[in-house]
Design a protein around this ligand. Structure first.
Ligand code: NAD
Length: 488
């Protein structure tokens, strides 16, 4: 199936080049790469493939723009972010369609991503003018301490494919608010949304060189060159933990400031006293949003044995009714996975779960192409040894494991190197409070399966990352604290 005329028209509006210093341009070698629609496998656009030299020129442009951008009044920076938010809301449907076409998620969820992603532009347009310092006398009375927060300087962003807009705005908005310039490398599977966003930022009045975009099929070479360059002052990465570890090692050579938003393996605990209606809705959202391809996706469904049969049946009945199809179609609940590797991973994890004792209640198979589809799947009676318990699934596969008491539930939940988010369903406020303290995650949803909000500090503990994005905390990732002593 080829693109519909209005879809083709939209894709035609997206630039094919790199944006360096405000100039859209081909790669220095003329190299290009193809972007596909995962629902059909068809090439939808061919864009410039940045070389290391291009990336270094992008850093140069960010360095050149840094001083003037930092000196731009906070109100001036805030106004640009606010205009970008307004423009994005005007183009809400275009961005949603573009996201859905290039990464496969259902259009309703792509709309939700535009709303969520846009909120970072609005939130940080408000935060830009609220950066505060501090002034305090020394205890001895001999002078005063002035604490200021200054922009860290040129930053480098690497973003994943699963939320191509929101993962970009969650970094770009606070950086711009703080007075930092940017080089961004979107995921090679989904570069179009980021390119379109940079076009929108230009239209909002962002000066040349403040945000530069350099998609590439050689991310390791690009990051290695940029991280060695002392002019770069900050790396912010969202992606898998193994890549994050490599980047941290490279960043250490220059003692570079880093923010890391990495993988997750979220426990979803349903206690005996949970409101089952809520828990069923919660797990459908936490597991199947984005076709399971979210760092916040519920990975291990840990259910009290007394309610597990009922819960499993109700979830499985709902999942069996989900409609599979191209994300851009209104009726689709489950779109295509991002590529064939994602399908192969889901196949492997389901086969392993069954081999270690799980029962398939619904789904369990991939679907013949074109496009990379996997049936939404519910597995019951998962073994603690199955790979589903330790690996990030990143697909529409839900596995239920049973527990008998609170201590056991907490032990299972914390038995992972990840610590991004946990979900807890209970009507007992004391149990809920205990979970806040006992679950080793940076975020928790109490009786809800969706926790993302621009006003909240998003981030993990353990191997899920370092730093926070969004909330009041988000801007401080791009500010460095300086203290000055002024004697009396
Ligand atoms: P990935 O780590 O494979 O890729 C992420 C980005 O890193 C891409 O832009 C890719 O091109 C780039 N990259 C890959 N290898 C690189 C290298 N050697 N050097 C530099 N850059 C490199 O992850 P993905 O498959 O795109 O995304 C899924 C992962 O992202 C999951 O683990 C998910 O949990 C995580 N994620 C985390 C959050 C969060 O906020 N914690 C949000 C979304 C996704």
């Amino acid at each position: 199936m080829t693109l519909k005329p209005h879809e083709q028209e939209l894709i035609n509006q997206v630039q094919t080049g790199l944006c360096i210093g405000g100039v859209w341009q081909p790669s220095s070698t003329g190299a290009t790469f193809d972007v596909q629609d995962p629902a059909t496998g068809e090439v939808i656009k061919t864009i410039a493939d940045a070389t290391v030299d291009d990336a270094l020129r992008a850093l140069e442009a960010a360095v050149t723009a840094q001083e003037a951008w930092a000196e731009t009044s906070t109100r001036g920076r805030s106004n640009i972010l606010r205009r970008a938010f307004d423009l994005l809301m005007d183009r809400h449907e275009d961005f949603a369609l573009l996201i859905s076409i290039e990464m496969g998620k259902p259009i309703s969820e792509a709309r939700a991503e535009v709303t969520y992603g846009g909120e970072f532009l609005r939130w940080f347009s408000e935060e830009a003018v609220r950066v505060r310092g501090d002034y305090r006398p020394t205890p001895e009375g001999a002078g005063n301490i002035v604490v200021s927060h200054l922009p860290v300087g040129p930053t480098y962003f690497i973003t994943p494919w699963n939320f191509p807009l929101a993962m970009a705005t969650r970094k770009i908005a606070p950086a711009l608010a703080a007075g930092c310039t940017v080089v961004i490398k979107p995921a090679e599977l989904t570069p179009l949304t980021t390119i379109f966003l940079v076009q929108l930022l230009e239209e909002a009045g962002l000066p040349a060189g403040v945000v530069n975009v350099v998609p590439t099929t050689s991310p390791a070479d690009q990051s290695s060159a940029l991280l060695k360059d002392a002019r770069l002052k900050k790396l912010s990465f969202t992606g898998s933990t193994p890549v994050g570890v490599k980047l941290l090692e490279a960043a250490a050579q220059n003692v570079l400031r880093t923010s890391m938003e990495l993988g997750g393996n979220a426990p979803f605990i349903v206690f005996e006293d949970a409101d089952l209606d809520r828990a069923v809705e919660g797990v459908l959202l936490a597991k199947f949003r984005n076709i399971g391809q979210a760092c916040t996706a519920a990975n291990r469904i840990i259910v009290h044995e007394s309610i597990a049969d009922t819960f499993a049946q109700r979830v499985s009945d709902r999942v069996a009714q989900m409609k599979i199809g191209r994300g851009a179609e209104e009726s689709t609940d489950i779109g295509a996975l991002v590529d064939g590797r994602a399908v192969a991973k889901a196949e492997r994890l389901v086969a392993d779960a069954v081999a270690t004792g799980a029962t398939v209640l619904t789904g369990g198979k991939s679907i013949e192409g074109p496009g990379s589809y996997f049936e939404p799947t519910v597995l019951d009676r998962l073994s603690p040894n199955s790979a589903l318990m330790s690996e990030e699934i990143f697909g529409p596969v839900l596995g239920i494991i049973r527990f008998t008491n609170e201590e056991e539930a907490v032990k299972i939940a914390n038995d992972t190197d990840y610590g991004l988010v946990s979900y807890v369903f209970t009507e007992n406020v004391h149990c809920g409070q205990r979970m806040i303290e006992k679950l080793q995650t940076g975020m928790m949803g109490l009786n809800t399966g969706l926790i993302s909000n621009a006003a909240a500090p998003f981030g993990g503990v353990k191997q899920s990352g370092i730093g926070r994005e969004g909330g009041f905390e988000g801007i401080s990732e791009f500010l460095s604290t300086k203290y000055t002593l002024i004697p009396r």
